[in-house]
Structures are given as structure tokens and as C-alpha cells.
Design a protein around this ligand. Structure first.
Ligand SMILES: [Zn+2]
Length: 199
């Protein structure tokens, strides 16, 4: 245990995902030794992200406007919506350059263990978007793990009465992982080879 401010910083850093106590300590001492200007830039970036960045009113992606860049882009195909768990998945899919439709960011996946149910995700918002009949295909691009599969199955059942084409990314993605860990080529192929979910 360190005194006051140093320990406080270590504790706060330790709450970040993927930062264990040892890393938290290393980062804290790195910051202590850093130039004041460098640390100020970091605090500015932290403050700014909370002040300026919000979630898109339509798709839930991170945005600095009411609607994100993709929702504002009239050239994107409004007949296809790709459902993902997080904004980082939008970035991963955009990198493949395979997809020209729209997105819907759920804000997570169904996980009974973590107490996340359908009502905790932006599913109501998705249903509202589908209600005007403009969308003809829904691509379920949730992560290839237990929670992602459960979420895809749930959504496929939910939208079934709407008669949309519902597809899931092709296999070949690293099972159990996050979409973002797949390389661009693999993810692009999984997109192209997406299969219809009809039973
Ligand atoms: Zn959007």
C-alpha cells in the first residue's frame, strides 16, 4: 500500500479491464515519472471522451453527433442491418470493407451468469427499426461464443414472424473469442459466406 494519491491512482487503474494490480502499479509509476504535459494530454483525452462522445440515437454506435457517421451516410444500404454486441465490432467489420449496410449495436450479449437479459440490451430499439418493413436482411454478427450464440438464437426467434432473411456469419471465426480478434480476411470471408438461419 502506498500513501494517498498514489494508491488512489493504482486502485483506479486496477479497475480498468485487463489491468491487474502489477500493471496498475507500473502505469501509476510511469505517470509519476512522466512530463506534466503528457499527463495533462491524457486527462484531457479522458475528460473529452466523456463530454463529447455519446451513443447514436439510431444504431447505438459511439458517435459525436446525435446520429453516427454510418447512419448519416445515405450511400449505405438501408435494407440490411448487421447486429453486433459492441461498437468495437463495427470497427472490426468496417475494416473488412465487405459490408455496405447499416448496423445495430446491442450493448452486450445475453448472459444469465452476468445477469444480462434481453431487456438490458438495445433489442426494443432494434425491433422498432424493423417495424417499418424497409429492412429485408438481418445479419446476426454477435461473438462466436456462448453468450453471442444465445443472443443470436434469441433474436432469430424474436424476428421470425417478421419474415426477414436472417443470417449468421459463417463458421471459421475463432470459436469462443470476440469478433474483434478475427483478422480482416477471416471476418470478411465469414461475412461473404453467411448462412441463412431457417428452421
Ligand atoms: Zn448510428
Amino acid at each position: 500500500m502506498y500513501e494517498g494519491a498514489v494508491q488512489n491512482l493504482i486502485d483506479e487503474l486496477g479497475r480498468l479491464p485487463g489491468v491487474g494490480p502489477k500493471s496498475a502499479q507500473r502505469i501509476a509509476f510511469h505517470l509519476l515519472a512522466a512530463e506534466t504535459a503528457d499527463v495533462k494530454r491524457l486527462t484531457h483525452a479522458l475528460t473529452e471522451v466523456k463530454e463529447r462522445v455519446r451513443f447514436c440515437d439510431i444504431c447505438g454506435n459511439v458517435s459525436e453527433e446525435e446520429e453516427c457517421r454510418i447512419c448519416r451516410d445515405a450511400r449505405r444500404d438501408g435494407a440490411v442491418i448487421c447486429v453486433v454486441e459492441e461498437s468495437k465490432d463495427v470497427v472490426a467489420i468496417e475494416r473488412t470493407r465487405e459490408y455496405r449496410g447499416r448496423y445495430h449495436v446491442l450493448g452486450g450479449a445475453i448472459s444469465p451468469i452476468e445477469g444480462v437479459g434481453p431487456d438490458d440490451l438495445r433489442i426494443k430499439e432494434l425491433m422498432a427499426r424493423l417495424s417499418d418493413g424497409q429492412v429485408t436482411e438481418l445479419i446476426l454478427a454477435t461473438d462466436p461464443n456462448l453468450e453471442g450464440e444465445a443472443t443470436a438464437t434469441y433474436l432469430a426467434r424474436l424476428v421470425k414472424p417478421m419474415g426477414l432473411k436472417v443470417t449468421r456469419l459463417a463458421s471459421g471465426l475463432p470459436v469462443g473469442g470476440d469478433l474483434e480478434y478475427a483478422d480482416e480476411v477471416t471476418l470478411g470471408r465469414a461475412f461473404e459466406g453467411r448462412r441463412s438461419l431457417e428452421d
